[in-house]
Design a protein around this ligand. Structure first.
Ligand code: HEM
Length: 503
């Protein structure tokens, strides 16, 4: 059905395995499995977990043979394993389940018991969101768990660090992001991509009546854009006639497997660490993919450095050129930054273009408590506890959006102006009620840029075409969550060219 399916374009055979050996410059240190960790895991697994699991599993099965977990009950918790069964049973609807749990809780906040007495605070409460993202920002970091899980892929990039390394990158990047020349550069590239690639594809689909995967098309569009912005490289992902670049495939694979490490239903990092140590399965694929991504980025960096030596200045104003021109020349450092930016801008804008309040691109986001704390509703947080705020649940909250929260009502965002004309005026919600771009000191750096892109795409496409969903009657899109979220199986649409408008 999808004419340009990213998952099938090109073959994976092109990734040369020997490249995995070339990752000496990649930071692996704190993602490594230590012997002690391994032994501890085995001991715990056999001595504690396995018998407990078996007994509880058998008793559960015997008493409730065919019952599905109720979507509206709070999970049961057991000694040692916490709510393991509930987490496992809901692993294929994790986001909706977490959303249901917080909606059921009095202050929209619930403490989930994970294995070995580990706790995770889940919240959809704007006061708590403000507490962790702004007023107590210094007590809530990305944390060691997140950092370790994504370190192979993101290294020390802005998305994966806290403290001074984050502060430094944030300062440099926000300075570069706020320049007029970068804005102009983005505008020109978005317009070219729109007129030379997106519009012709839609026009052709309209002519032939082909059903397109609109999500796939917009992802390719956003990927081309963000590669150009981040390092001046045209990935030409939206062009069906060109073979798909290994870079795009390898990037997708790296995101998917790294996210699976984090969201695994069985939350033992030891599992991926053992696979990584043995270099098998998904961890082997991840190693190859990351190597491919980093090597590609480094080649571009070397070319630009060469150009800089030859010409004393760079022609392009992409972010990488700006970093290099301003004296930041360490290869690992700039590679990490570029990868973080591509990740940040890649699927977010496309998800936002297909759906927004009810399906936010970053559907849930976790922070780790640096010290003990008490949240505004009285929930006690111990040092090291993960506190997860869930924009997906917040967009569906009756308390925040009223009983008609599920309805598409653009008036939610509009207000009549005072005076004679009584024009409609945009009125945003506060960033803690609607933290889709996060909030506080780590608010999304690309917010303005993504609006610039989205407005241009909407104006360019909607003026000329009708985009009609081609899903079966009553079929609801299924939302899946990686680092960013998207619709499972894509978003099939028919394109109808308007003939009643001035172009
Ligand atoms: C609709 C589109 C977008 C949405 C909804 C979005 C959302 C977010 C969110 C929720 C975060 C916080 C993630 C975290 O710290 O856990 C974030 C961070 C970030 N975003 Fe975006 N983003 C979008 C587009 C973009 C684009 C196009 C770029 C750049 C080209 C970008 C660059 C960044 C960067 C660099 C950060 C890290 C900021 C920091 O840690 O200080 N984003 N974004």
């Amino acid at each position: 059905m999808a004419k340009f399916s990213t998952s099938v374009r090109g073959d994976r055979g092109g990734m040369r395995e020997e490249r995995q050996r070339q990752q000496n410059d990649q930071p692996h240190d704190d993602g490594e499995l230590t012997v002690m960790e391994f032994l501890r895991f085995l001991a715990l697994f056999f001595l504690l977990l396995l018998p407990v699991l078996s007994i509880l599993f058998l008793t559960q099965k015997a008493s409730k043979p065919k019952r599905q977990p109720s979507p509206i009950s709070l999970p049961r918790s057991y000694p040692v394993i916490g709510s393991f069964f509930a987490v496992l049973a809901n692993s294929n609807r994790r986001l909706q389940w977490l959303s249901d749990i917080v909606q059921l809780s009095p202050s929209a906040t619930y403490v989930l018991h994970r294995n070995f007495a580990t706790l995770q605070v889940l919240t959809a409460n704007p006061d708590i969101v403000q507490h962790i993202l702004k007023t107590h920002f210094h007590n809530y970091s990305k944390g060691a768990n997140f950092h370790q899980t994504f370190k192979d892929f993101l290294g020390q990039g802005i998305f994966n660090v806290d403290g001074e390394p984050w502060k430094f990158q944030r300062q440099v990047a926000s300075h570069e992001f706020n320049t007029k020349s970068l804005r102009k550069f983005v505008e020109i590239f978005v317009d070219t991509e729109l007129s030379d690639r997106l519009i012709p594809i839609l026009s052709s689909a309209a002519g032939t009546g082909t059903v397109l995967d609109f999500q796939d098309i917009l992802q390719s569009f956003a990927f081309d854009n963000v590669c150009k912005i981040a390092f001046g490289f045209d990935s030409a992902y939206l062009l069906p006639s060109l073979p798909q670049t290994n870079f795009a495939k390898a990037f997708e694979e790296s995101v998917t497997i790294s996210s699976e490490r984090f969201n695994a239903a069985i939350p033992f990092p030891i599992v991926w660490k053992i696979k990584k140590l043995l270099n098998i399965g998904s961890e082997k694929r991840l190693r190859i993919a990351i190597s491919e991504v980093r090597e590609f980025a480094k080649n571009i960096i070397r070319e630009k450095k060469h150009e800089l030596r030859e010409k004393a200045s760079l022609d392009s104003v992409d972010l990488l050129s700006r970093f290099l021109s301003s004296g930041h020349s360490d290869e690992n450092f700039v590679t990490d930054i570029v990868i973080s930016f591509i990740l940040a801008g890649r699927d977010t804008t496309s998800t936002a273009l297909t759906c927004m309040r009810l399906y936010p691109p970053v559907a849930s986001d976790s922070k780790e408590a640096v010290n003990d704390d008490v949240l505004p509703d009285g929930t006690v947080v111990k040092k090291g506890t993960r506190v997860t705020y869930i924009p997906y649940a917040m967009g569906r909250s009756e308390t925040l959006w009223g009983p008609d929260w599920a309805e598409f009502k653009p008036e939610r965002w509009l207000k009549r102006e005072e005076g004679e004309n009584r024009q409609w005026k945009f009125e945003g919600r506060d960033v803690y009620t609607y933290p889709v771009f996060q909030a506080g000191p780590r608010i999304c750096l690309g917010k303005e840029m993504s609006f610039l892109q989205m407005k241009r795409v909407v104006a360019g496409v909607v003026r000329r075409f009708k985009v009609v969903p081609a899903m079966g009657e009553g079929v609801e899109p299924e939302f899946i969550q990686l680092i960013t979220s998207k619709m499972k199986g894509g978003f099939p649409v028919r394109i109808i060219e308007r003939d009643d408008v001035n172009r």
